[in-house]
Design a protein around this ligand. Structure first.
Ligand SMILES: [Zn+2]
Ligand SMILES: [Zn+2]
Length: 247
């Protein structure tokens, strides 16, 4: 039984839904979650909320319909590894998920040499993961941002960051395959390598809106497929979750 969903989006992300935090909290309560993490896209995502929104966010009511609300953000890992919210704003949030998206990141140009791009992506991941505000690595499966798996997983272990198993990435609408690389294969490979290191993981809906809050059947199926150890799944272990969210 999952106690939380810590990667969800509201109208403040600027796309995909018009639902508010209240709508998401109602859905979380109906599905028996104890905790809901609201993580709208950072300001570098076109149409997303400005820095001032995230500055005010921690002042919202922290309990709705019996569900504890965590105030977070899905920050963009920018070119060079910086995050798109300043430290003074991140300090007041409960945590953030750090992810690569296009835009704001550029994708490799057709015919561009893949090796330097992979090296740059890896460096940027490592820089972001070293930021104490980052508690969850979001959808590392995006094959358009290829990076060194071992280096990134070692950084998750070193900096106590949860590796996400993203439900959308495994669903039909979230298929992010590049020629020759399958997101699903990459997720499987990543989880097998994470399991060898005994890294903690978190399952997320990445739902834009209330409809998908708390629902992560594809992520659950993948965790089961690779026999991910139950005690390393943060959604099912409040002590592990608290340890990983602490800064
Ligand atoms: Zn994302
Ligand atoms: Zn997201």
């Amino acid at each position: 039984m999952n106690i939380c969903d810590l990667h969800t989006h509201t109208i403040a992300s600027g796309h995909g839904t018009r639902d508010t935090i209240t709508d998401l909290a109602k859905a979380a309560a109906a599905r028996g979650l104890a905790m809901l993490g609201v993580t709208d896209h950072g300001p570098a995502t076109p149409g997303a909320a400005a820095v001032s929104y995230f500055r005010a966010l921690p002042d919202v009511p922290r309990e709705r319909f019996g569900v504890r609300i965590l105030c977070g953000a899905e920050v963009n890992i920018l070119e060079g590894g910086e995050l798109d919210l300043p430290a003074e704003v991140l300090d007041r949030l409960d945590y953030c998920v750090a992810s690569m998206h296009h835009p704001p990141r550029k994708r490799p140009k057709p015919g561009e040499d893949a090796a330097p791009v992979k090296a740059r992506n890896t460096e940027d991941y490592l820089k972001a993961l070293a930021d104490q505000h980052v508690r969850i690595l979001g959808h590392f499966d995006r094959t358009q941002f290829d990076a060194e798996l071992d280096a990134v997983l070692d950084a998750c272990a070193a900096h106590r960051v949860l590796l996400e198993i993203n439900n959308v990435s495994l669903s039909d609408e979230g298929w992010h395959d590049e020629p020759g690389i399958s997101a699903k294969d990459r997720i499987r490979e990543t989880l097998l390598a994470a399991k060898r290191r005994r890294l903690a993981v978190i399952l997320s809906s990445d739902s834009h809106g209330a409809a998908g809050v708390g629902l992560m059947p594809f992520a659950e199926a993948m965790a089961a497929e690779v026999s991910y150890p139950e005690e390393l799944i943060a959604n099912r272990n409040p002590h592990l979750l608290a340890y990983y969210l602490a800064r």
